[in-house]
Design a protein around this ligand. Structure first.
Ligand SMILES: [Zn+2]
Length: 640
């Protein structure tokens, strides 16, 4: 059997793993790449499989980077079941409909801009195409490096395999530190600290980044609501971006040479669309401005969902049985355990997909389930090399920040992921008010999706831990802030700036790559009485990571704006396990066993992490006695 890493490979988004046996073919997660344009362009790569030949999709949880490509795959012909917990199905319904709608809106906005700026549109189309070709080249690199049994009759003829290229975090160019810092105490605005990238990079002994203007800048700007004046080197945010490994690829990707195409993976029976695409002339006929899918596509894909509970084993496809157990990350989130028999009468192999792992002893949800036996483990690594501050410290910083804003008649802006983080932040604020530790400021919950997600959380106490259920029995309503104002439309969102200060806003999205939070940022960026408080992970290349790294200027609405507001970070509210928690969860597989014993994993794959996090975590995983690896994007691994 084979496992192919189609996403969340040396990055934190786009989770997608293809498991192929002699009898079946299933996907675990089907997520969207998000963040910088270098990530999102990967959504446009033709599927590496024929979706009509997939037996099923298993979904760990409802975050967009795990489920966001489902409507696309269904639109392309997938007709099987999508298995998820009932909580995940409810949240994924929200997420996918919202995603379809957003994509339609962005496409329309892009088209209007294109009509007004035809020359620049043409130039940027060329850049988009180069970026797209670079993405194809990177995907190709993973395949070239993977093991392909020779002489496989099902392989698509494509000439001799390309020479194997080293794949993995160490081999990827530009895989520098993300620049994110996660302070454990309140810090003043980092006045005078250098923005990431550019000169800062040279000081760290690295090559300066390729000008990200070459990588689909238009979409990036659209996401930031920045009109298209200026740009390039004069754009401090964009020009000094610490882009991910992907950005450092050569812009002028050579036209594909059909004679050098690698052999397609052996499981490919239908013509591989990616191989077919690369065999075309250099001018690709791909319209990057078309939405990947629209709201109607998203709605249609919902019909494919099938609900399951935790701890109930069921047959997914011939020879593949799955059990979902609680991952404690967001409502409905699951670790997926598979029992797989490759061919009839063959040995059974157990594969565990961690999904996103939650934390122990956090509010609302249960702790991640302890799993003890597997032959192969895929574990997320978002916070490799990092520890969250203790909960008490996180709460102290939150309280101090609220006081600061209250004392100066300021505004507290919390960019938040709509699902999970928002509910936990509101929970903690509510608890602080109940304890008399912070003043009661008005809270604007400016995220329709977060409001709807909160309603789903309220409707599902069955997913709560015992502590939360006890609280609810005592008639507390921890998901409701006492002075909360929920906004319903954009006008209400815009009106918030006229509200009497001090007040707080929780708005999505969490990495400032789009959403209503960007509108608030525009109002508050040069306001010294405002505080932007990050409570979640900021992916490489996002505006959030630049601000965390101490960027002193940003470009908004075509104007360079000084960052005068305070930037603070709390990682203690993260929905992800930190390094100690990742290692603790993983060590359960080794407890009482030695390598070679039954249930001791043959191999551990680190996924869902930026390169620096994975580089930090890998030796520690190996120190637990595991044979561990960081798979490259599109790499195929044989599971024996
Ligand atoms: Zn997640």
């Amino acid at each position: 059997m084979h496992l192919q890493f189609l996403g969340a490979a040396t990055t934190v988004t786009g989770s997608q793993f293809l498991l192929t046996t002699e009898r079946a073919r299933i996907l675990i997660d089907c997520g969207m790449f998000q963040g910088s344009p270098n990530e999102s362009i990967r959504n446009r790569i033709p599927l590496a499989y024929d979706p009509r030949q997939l037996d099923a999709i298993l979904l760990t949880h409802a975050h967009l980077d795990h489920c966001g490509l489902i409507p696309h795959v269904v639109k392309e012909g997938f007709g099987g079941p999508i298995w998820a917990t009932n909580g995940t199905i409810e949240l994924a319904t929200l997420v996918l409909l919202d995603s379809g709608k957003l994509q339609e809106e962005f496409a329309k906005r892009g088209m209007r801009w294109e009509r007004r700026n035809p020359d620049r549109a043409a130039a940027e189309d060329r850049r988009d195409l180069a970026s797209y070709e670079a993405a194809i080249a990177l995907a190709d690199k993973g395949e070239a490096d993977s093991e392909h049994p020779s002489g496989d009759a099902t392989a698509v003829p494509g000439g001799p395999a390309a020479p194997a290229a080293p794949v993995g975090f160490a081999a990827l160019p530009g895989s520098a530190a993300s620049g994110e810092h996660v302070p454990t105490s309140v810090e003043p605005n980092a006045a005078g600290s250098a923005p990431s990238g550019g000169a800062a990079d040279r000081r760290r002994g690295q090559e300066p980044r390729v000008d990200p203007a070459h990588f689909g800048r238009r979409r990036y700007d659209a996401a930031l609501m920045i009109p298209q004046e200026g740009g390039g080197a004069s754009d401090p945010v964009v020009a000094t971006s610490t882009f991910s490994s992907f950005a450092a690829l050569p812009v002028e990707a050579a036209p594909p040479d059909p004679s050098a195409l690698p052999a397609a993976p052996p499981f490919t029976i239908a013509p591989n669309p990616e191989v077919a695409l690369r065999a075309q002339p250099a001018k690709l006929d791909v319209d990057l401005d078309e939405p990947l899918y629209d709201e109607a596509d998203a709605r249609a894909s919902l019909a494919r969902f099938r609900g399951t509970g935790y701890d109930q084993e069921f047959e997914v496809a011939p020879g593949i049985h799955a059990t979902f157990v609680d991952a404690g990350h967001i409502l409905g989130s699951a670790i997926i355990r598979l029992r797989v028999v490759d061919r009839e009468g063959g040995p059974e192999r157990r594969i565990v997909f961690s999904g996103d792992l939650g934390r122990t002893d956090t509010p609302i949800l249960r702790d991640p389930t302890v799993v003890t036996d597997a032959d192969y483990v895929l574990i997320e690594s978002t916070y490799g090399g990092r520890e969250h501050e203790p909960e008490a410290e996180a709460i102290r910083i939150l309280a101090e920040t609220v006081h600061l804003v209250a004392d100066h008649d300021g505004v507290l802006l919390v960019p938040s992921f709509a699902i999970g983080r928002t509910q936990e932040v509101v929970w903690e604020l509510d608890r602080l008010i109940s304890a008399g530790k912070i003043p009661l400021l008005p809270l604007y919950l400016d995220s329709p999706m977060a409001s709807k997600a909160s309603a789903i959380y309220r409707a599902h106490p069955d997913y709560y831990d015992q502590e939360t259920r006890d609280l609810l029995a005592g008639s507390e309503s921890p998901l409701d802030y006492p002075n909360q104002i929920v906004t319903n439309d954009v006008r209400q969102s815009q009106a918030i700036e006229h509200a009497k200060r001090p007040y707080m806003i929780v708005a999505s999205n969490g990495m400032l790559t789009g959403g209503r939070v960007v509108g608030h940022l525009r109002n508050l960026i040069d306001d010294p009485t405002a505080v932007i408080l990050f409570v979640g992970y900021q992916g490489q290349g996002t505006l959030g990571s630049h601000l965390q790294a101490g960027a002193t200027t940003v470009k908004i609405d075509g104007q360079v704006r000084q960052v005068k507001c305070q930037i603070r970070s709390i990682s203690g509210f993260s929905a992800h396990a930190d390094e100690s928690e990742l290692l603790a969860w993983l060590s359960n597989f080794a407890t009482g066993k030695r390598p070679g014993d039954d249930g001791f994993p043959h191999r551990v794959f680190l996924v869902h992490g930026d390169p620096d996090a994975q580089a930090a975590l890998l030796p520690k995983v190996r120190a637990l006695g595991f044979d561990a690896d960081v798979p490259g994007w599109h790499e195929v691994v044989e599971l024996e």
